[in-house]
Design a protein around this ligand. Structure first.
Ligand code: ATP
Length: 351
C-alpha cells in the first residue's frame, strides 16, 4: 500500500537556457533556474513577462523551442505532461462541477487505475491535509472560492507528485482569504517537502511565501535571491522598484559611501565606482524628525499599525516615509526628515 501523503520526496528542478517562441515572438529568452529538493520558489514579474510560459514549459503543457528541463537530473523535454510527476493548481478553480469534492480529488487516481479502497483513503487524507475533511460530499458550487482552491490543491497533491506548480492560485480570492491560504500553502508545502514553483505578480505575496524569488522581466530572469536579498540588495532599478516600495533619489558615491540629501550613508555593496548614482531608500529608512531635511506633506495613508506619508523634497522629488500611526500628518504641512543609518542600495550610474 502507498505510504501516507506526508511521506514523499520533492525533486530537484533545473531549467537550462530555456527558450520559447510563439510564432516568431520570444516569450522566454534563455531562462535558467535551479530549484533544490523541497525548495519553494516564487516567479514574480509584471503581466506578459513569461511567468506562465515558464511554468507551462516545466509542466510539459508547452513545448520549449530550445533548452533543457531536468527533474532529478533527468531531461524531461520529450516527456508528456502526465509522466512528469507534477501537480498543478491554476488561477481559475477548474474543478469538475458535476462531481463531488471527493470525486474531484479521486479523479487523478482513477486515471492511474488506483483501486477504489485506496482512492477513498488517499482522497480523505489529501482533504484532511487542506482542512476540508468534512466536505467531501459537496459540489464545487457549494464551496467558497478559497475552499475550491483547497480542493484543487488536494487534487494536485493526491497523486503524490514530486513537483508542485501553482499559477496565480490566489488571484481570484479576496484579500483576507488570500493571506490565509498562502500561509496554509506554505505550511503544507513545508510539511510535504514538495518542490514548489509559485507564479505571482504580487510582490508582497512572493516575498511572504517563498524561500527564493525569481524576478522576471520580458522573458528573462533579472535576479534570483531570498526575499531579504531582493529587498535589501536589488541588482537593478527594475528589481528595486518592483520589489517593495522604493524612494528613488539622486546621490553621489565617493570613497565607499554615498551622499544623498546632504547625508553620507553606507552602501549595501561598497564596491560601487565613484560618481553619480540612483539611490533606493526604503520608506522605513526615512522618518519624521524635529529637524533635518525639509519637506512638504503631499498625502498620507493610515495602514493600521503605521502610517505612510508622501512628501515633496525641495528638488521636487516625492518620496514616502513610514512612521508610527500616532504621528499624524496632513497635506500641505511642512515637516523634517531624518535618514536611518542603514546601508542603502545604489544602482546604475546616471549617464
Ligand atoms: P500574466 O501575468 O499576464 O499571465 P505572464 O508573465 O504569465 O503574464 P505569459 O502568459 O507567459 O506571461 O506570456 C508571455 C508572452 O508570451 C506574452 O507576450 C504573451 O502575449 C505571449 N504568449 C503567451 N501565450 C501565447 C500563445 N499561446 N500564443 C502566442 N503568444 C503567447
Amino acid at each position: 500500500t502507498t505510504p501516507p501523503i506526508t511521506v514523499q520526496e520533492g525533486a530537484s528542478v533545473e531549467l537550462i537556457d530555456v527558450v520559447k517562441d510563439y510564432s516568431g515572438q520570444r516569450a522566454l529568452n534563455g531562462v535558467n533556474l535551479s530549484m533544490a529538493r523541497g525548495e519553494f520558489v516564487a516567479l514574480l514579474g509584471p503581466s506578459g513577462c513569461g511567468k506562465t510560459t515558464a511554468l507551462r514549459a516545466l509542466s510539459g503543457l508547452e513545448q520549449v523551442t530550445s533548452g533543457s528541463i531536468r527533474i532529478n537530473g533527468v531531461d524531461v523535454v520529450g516527456t508528456p505532461v502526465n509522466k512528469r510527476d507534477i501537480g498543478m493548481v491554476f488561477q481559475s478553480y477548474s474543478l469538475f462541477p458535476h462531481m463531488t469534492v471527493t470525486q474531484n480529488v479521486e479523479f487523478g487516481l482513477e486515471m492511474r487505475r488506483v483501486d477504489a479502497a485506496s482512492r477513498r483513503r488517499r482522497s480523505a487524507e489529501a482533504l484532511d491535509l487542506v482542512g476540508l475533511g468534512q466536505l467531501g460530499g459537496r459540489y464545487a458550487h457549494q464551496l467558497s472560492g478559497g475552499q475550491q482552491q483547497r480542493v484543487a490543491l488536494a487534487r494536485a497533491l493526491v497523486t503524490r507528485p514530486r513537483v508542485l506548480l501553482l499559477d496565480e492560485p490566489l488571484s481570484a480570492l479576496d484579500a483576507k482569504v488570500r493571506v490565509q491560504l498562502r500561509e496554509e500553502i506554505r505550511k503544507i508545502q513545508t510539511e510535504l517537502g514538495i518542490t514548489t514553483l509559485f507564479v505571482t505578480h504580487d510582490q508582497e505575496e512572493a516575498l511572504a511565501v517563498a524561500d527564493r524569488v525569481a524576478v522576471m522581466r520580458a522573458g528573462d530572469i533579472e535576479q534570483i535571491g531570498t526575499p531579504e536579498e531582493l529587498y535589501r540588495a536589488p541588482a537593478t532599478d527594475f528589481v528595486a522598484e518592483f520589489v517593495g516600495i522604493s524612494n528613488r533619489i539622486d546621490g553621489v558615491v565617493s570613497g565607499g559611501s554615498v551622499t544623498v540629501l546632504g547625508h553620507r550613508l553606507p552602501l549595501v555593496r561598497p564596491d560601487v565606482a565613484d560618481g553619480p548614482v540612483r539611490v533606493f531608500l526604503r520608506p522605513e529608512d526615512v522618518s519624521l524628525a524635529p529637524a533635518g531635511i525639509p519637506a512638504t506633506v503631499v498625502a498620507t495613508s493610515f495602514l493600521g499599525s503605521l502610517r505612510r506619508t508622501f512628501v515633496r523634497l525641495d528638488d521636487g522629488a516625492v518620496i514616502s516615509v513610514q512612521h508610527a500611526a500616532r504621528e499624524t500628518t496632513s497635506p500641505g504641512q511642512d515637516v523634517f526628515l531624518a535618514l536611518s543609518g542603514s546601508p542603502v542600495t545604489v544602482t546604475t550610474a546616471r549617464g
